[in-house]
Design a protein around this ligand. Structure first.
Ligand code: SAH
Ligand code: SF4
Ligand code: F3S
Length: 440
């Protein structure tokens, strides 16, 4: 009899990819995925530890499953991902109805852990095992799937930004070998995928073993994927400014499959704060880097991440961040109020008052929203290429993404999911663009 698995994913795209792989791993143990927790035999929360709010969500969500466990005592409840890694057995101490805790580097062992939990024991695995989990996961099934996919190529981080839990929850940087990635990409293309986003916490630090035994850069990997027939678009995220190598910058100008969108977080615009964040770059070096990238690919859309209210951030420091944003002009950006994370160096330092941080976040977001809106509005009248992914809200509408990752909706009966069409942008809405098929 097939058992039913409900999995809920929090956090970054790497968790989205991991969740897919966990579903596949448990598929071998007789599970199929379902869309609601009520019908599940096992509930898995794939969690994020990046900010306090993200971590606390897990416990409130677990609370909501209490009645299900009472009604159905055989129901297994598991916590995976970065909270599992960071808190381990504490999760079971705080929420005893949890049966299973598994970290991001050991989820290939899920079938064994599930069997253990099935015998009534608590199952915990937060090792950073020697073996590569990807070698131990079942081969990916061949079922048809949507036109876009994530593919993890690098995991972990050695940068140790003073605010960040990732080096602790995901461990040291590890890159997967080139041939495995190319094989996985080919399989995805056979299943209908036309766009792959290469993932890594520090993806541009990629240095996986190539077929020649040398360590290949991300740019070399992208050129290898460029040769995969049927793969039309390549993206990658997330990058660190210090790992934007010359060959990767050049690839943005030369590789037609590499899309003109780059997420390159800077976090702050004050050198004093960048230093305290242990970012090992300056505002000036970041701005020069953006100039070089734009010289290689003038239309590239730049995206970023920002933290406001980092310990000891003054009004002047904050204004330096606004100045940097004015200089760079972001097409889109994500901004966060600093959240002290246990075990990180910055957590020991004096914090900025909450109301000051709130006010800065609002001012920062107002500026970023203006830039995002201006970038989007400037698309009106232009032709873009859209990879269509799903039905829209209105009848006959179909939605996809442009090269620049803008959501574009078109009403037409001549478009199928998975198609790429040239689209003329005719309107710019709050979060998406509207277009018509461009006259050929
Ligand atoms: N590896 C990526 C992203 C890491 S997490 C990178 O280096 O860019 C995604 C974003 O969350 C970070 O870029 C940062 O802006 C934010 N973030 C990380 N730790 C945080 C913290 N303690 N408080 C607030 N925001 C944080
Ligand atoms: Fe965290 Fe910094 Fe590593 Fe990004 S580079 S994952 S922000 S430590
Ligand atoms: Fe969150 Fe872990 Fe990703 S902390 S952002 S899920 S790497």
């Amino acid at each position: 009899m097939t058992k039913k698995l409900f999995i809920k994913t929090y956090g970054c795209q790497m968790n989205v990819y991991d969740s897919e792989r966990m579903v596949e791993a448990l598929g071998g143990a007789g599970y199929e995925e379902v869309k609601t927790p009520d019908e599940a035999d096992m509930i898995l929360l794939n969690t994020c530890h990046i900010r306090e709010k993200a971590a606390e969500k897990v416990y409130s969500e677990l609370g909501r499953f209490k009645h299900l466990k009472t009604e159905k005592p055989d129901l297994k409840i598991g916590v995976a991902g970065c909270v599992a890694q960071a808190e381990g057995a504490e999760i079971i101490a705080r929420q005893p109805m949890v049966d299973l805790v598994v970290g991001p580097q050991s989820y290939h062992r899920l079938p064994e852990l599930e069997a253990k939990a099935g015998q009534g024991a608590k199952a915990l695995d937060t090792d950073f095992p020697e073996e590569d989990k990807f070698d131990h996961l079942a081969a990916r099934p061949k079922a048809k799937r949507g036109p876009t996919a994530f593919l993890t190529v690098q995991e972990g981080c050695d940068k140790f930004c003073a605010f960040c839990v990732v080096p602790y929850t995901r461990g040291a940087e590890v890159s997967r070998p080139v041939d495995r990635i190319v094989t996985e990409a080919r399989d995805l293309v056979e299943r209908g995928v036309r766009e792959i986003t290469l993932l890594g916490q520090n993806v541009n630090a990629y240095h996986g073993a190539g077929p020649d035994g040398e360590a290949w850069s991300l740019a070399r990997l992208i050129w290898a994927l460029d040769k995969v027939d049927g793969l039309e678009r390549i993206r990658f995220t997330t990058s660190h400014p210090n790992d934007m190598s010359d060959d990767l910058i050049a690839a943005h100008g030369e590789c037609a499959k590499l899309m003109p969108y780059l997420h390159l977080p800077v976090q702050a615009g004050s050198d004093r704060i960048l230093k305290r964040m242990n970012r090992s770059h300056t505002a000036e070096s970041y701005i020069r880097l953006i100039e070089r990238i734009r010289a290689a690919r003038p239309d590239i859309l730049i995206s970023g991440d920002f933290i406001v209210g980092f310990p000891e951030e003054t009004e002047d420091d904050f204004r330096d961040t606004l100045t940097l944003i004015e200089e760079v002009h972001y097409g889109t950006a994500y901004s966060f109020k600093y959240s002290a994370r246990p075990g990180t160096p910055a957590a020991e330092r004096a914090t900025v008052p909450a109301e000051v941080a709130d006010d800065r976040l609002q001012r920062l977001q107002a500026l970023l929203t203006r830039q995002q809106r201006a970038t989007q509005d400037a698309m009106v009248g232009r032709d873009v290429h859209v990879l269509f992914e799903r039905e829209g809200r209105n009848p006959g509408q179909i939605v996809g993404k442009s090269e620049y990752l803008h959501a574009v909706h078109v009403t037409s009966d001549r478009i199928a999911k998975g198609d790429i069409h040239r689209v003329r942008i005719v309107e710019s809405g709050a979060n998406s663009l509207g277009g018509i098929l461009a006259p050929s």
